[in-house]
Design a protein around this ligand. Structure first.
Ligand SMILES: Nc1ncnc2c1ncn2[C@@H]1O[C@H](COP(=O)(O)OP(=O)(O)OP(=O)(O)O)[C@@H](O)[C@H]1O
Ligand SMILES: [Mg+2]
Length: 239
């Protein structure tokens, strides 16, 4: 479970969120949408406690940001699978090694590593690509490796910041389908995105950043009819 309680988030002196109150239940698929610079990345970073509240708290899987020690944050991050727009893979290693690396640093028994890596690769349809060098893969394939890497440690949640930002529309949809499948297996998935087309394809709880807060919204056609836009469901703040 994720909870923000009267939370202020700032970057340096810049206020990004004010008095945020929000709960995300285990197993939810949640989109965070909002204009560039509105704070999507900041919000996601606060979930893995790279950004800490200046007021209030964020609680993730029972761990409060209040006075939390670095060791506890490291333990929390092991339970979260994080996916970035730019993949952040070890490009000079093969696919297998990228996943095995995560398991090695978290002290997984050597005898279990191979099975866990191959299971995660299978989830994204890359079980036959274990020996491929990452630098030779397409963007979509690299993002699938990144998703498998996020999955390999059996996370409670996947946090994805613009996971389709560098991909064409068709590949983006494919990536979203993998994330949806992961969510169907019971893992929470939280996606920061401005790709409204994608949200339309797989509608789920959508939170729009507005006035340094989050509001529940739906994605609807803009009045011009040429694009989509988030429209608040009600004026009440998300809770
Ligand atoms: N280290 C920092 N110090 C001060 N301000 C920052 C810092 N990092 C980001 N910002 C500012 O904070 C605001 C929120 O940034 P954030 O990256 O969370 O937005 P975003 O919604 O993810 O944007 P994008 O869609 O472009 O990725 C932006 O105005 C940004 O310029
Ligand atoms: Mg961002």
């Amino acid at each position: 479970m994720i909870a923000f309680i009267n939370t202020d988030l700032d970057l340096g002196k810049r206020p990004i969120f004010r008095n945020l109150n929000l709960t995300i239940q285990p197993g939810e698929l949640v989109y965070i949408v909002g204009r560039s610079g509105s704070g999507k990345t900041t919000l996601l970073k606060s979930l893995y406690m790279e950004v800490k509240p200046s007021k209030g708290e964020v609680i993730v899987n029972g761990l409060s940001s209040r006075g939390v020690r670095r060791r506890k944050i490291a333990m929390l991050r092991r339970k979260l699978g994080i996916v970035f727009q730019d993949f952040r893979l070890l490009e000079d290693r093969n696919v297998y090694d990228n996943l095995a690396f995560v398991l090695k640093v978290t002290g997984t028994k050597h005898s279990l590593i191979k099975e866990k890596v191959l299971t995660a690769l299978k989830e994204v349809g890359l079980e036959n690509s274990a020996k491929e060098m990452v630098e030779n893969l397409s963007g979509g394939e690299q993002q699938r490796v990144a998703i498998a890497r996020a999955l390999v440690g059996n996370p409670i949640a996947i946090i994805a910041d613009e996971p389709t930002g560098n991909l064409d529309p068709e590949t983006s949809l494919e990536i979203l389908e993998y994330l949806k499948k992961i969510n169907d297996s019971g893992i929470s998935v939280i996606i920061g995105t401005h790709d409204y087309e994608l949200v339309r394809h797989h509608p789920s709880r959508t939170l729009m950043i507005s006035d340094m807060n989050l509001v529940e919204c739906t994605i609807e056609p803009a009045p011009t009819g040429t694009c989509w836009r988030p429209v608040p469901k009600a004026t009440a703040k998300a809770s």
